[in-house]
Design a protein around this ligand. Structure first.
Ligand code: C5P
Length: 206
């Protein structure tokens, strides 16, 4: 069983994916972390973000087992990740590892930007989780303030819009809903309500 969950930054994909994986006892891969780990390896080594062969080499070395959102959450890592994510050979290396993960038994939940369209186009359940940029910026802002990180709402909103533009505008695997994806707009929906909607779809596919 493969569950593909896509959508823009801060739409609630991560929380929803973890909730689904826990409910069904499935493995979970946050594919954004694979791009972040590649970006962090480049930044740590002082290597440029615009050299595709070098970035591909780093992507090939990413270990799925060692990915930790806490270590990879920094803002500059997210920015760098979305820059190297436009490179086809970086995507090729990471997608191969993601596809191998998707075959894990008894099932796998993968979340990202291109799971339903490119990584697992045959996934029996595809969700596209979205929310307005303002709602996503508010959530990100509240989370930062909750963690004691100084934040400016308008700067967070500008950032979300910039990230959307880059993710939706790139030519290789742009962020968009698969034709057969179910849309879940969480602007006015709690994560629990989104989970219940997802559960109905998953139970029907099991
Ligand atoms: O989801 P997260 O914000 O951690 O992802 C960081 C960046 O990695 C995204 O902005 C996007 O550019 C890239 N990404 C991607 N494809 C995925 C997951 C993430 O291009 N499947």
């Amino acid at each position: 069983m493969i569950i593909a969950i896509d959508g823009p930054a801060a739409a609630g994909k991560g929380t929803l994916s973890r909730r689904i994986a826990a409910e069904y006892g499935f493995h979970h891969l946050d594919t954004g972390l694979t791009y972040r780990a590649t970006a962090k390896a480049l930044l740590d080594a002082g290597l440029p973000l615009d050299n595709e062969p070098v970035a591909e080499k780093m992507a090939l070395e990413v270990e799925l087992a060692g990915l930790d959102r806490e270590v990879l959450s920094a803002h500059d890592i997210g920015e760098a990740a979305s820059k190297i994510a436009v490179m086809p050979s970086v995507r090729g290396a990471l997608v191969e590892a993601q596809r191998a993960f998707a075959t894990r038994k008894p099932g796998a939940v993968l979340d990202g930007r291109d799971i339903g369209t490119v990584v697992c186009p045959d996934a029996p359940v595809k969700l596209y989780v979205t929310a307005s940029p303002e709602v996503r910026a508010r959530r990100r802002f509240d989370e930062m303030v909750g963690n004691g990180v100084p934040a400016d709402y308008l700067a967070v909103l500008a950032d979300i819009r910039k990230r959307d533009e880059r993710d939706m505008g790139r030519s290789d695997s742009p962020l968009r809903p698969a034709e057969d994806a179910h849309l879940l707009d969480t602007s006015e929906m709690s994560i629990e309500a989104a989970f219940l909607a997802a559960k109905v779809l998953i139970d029907a596919a099991l």
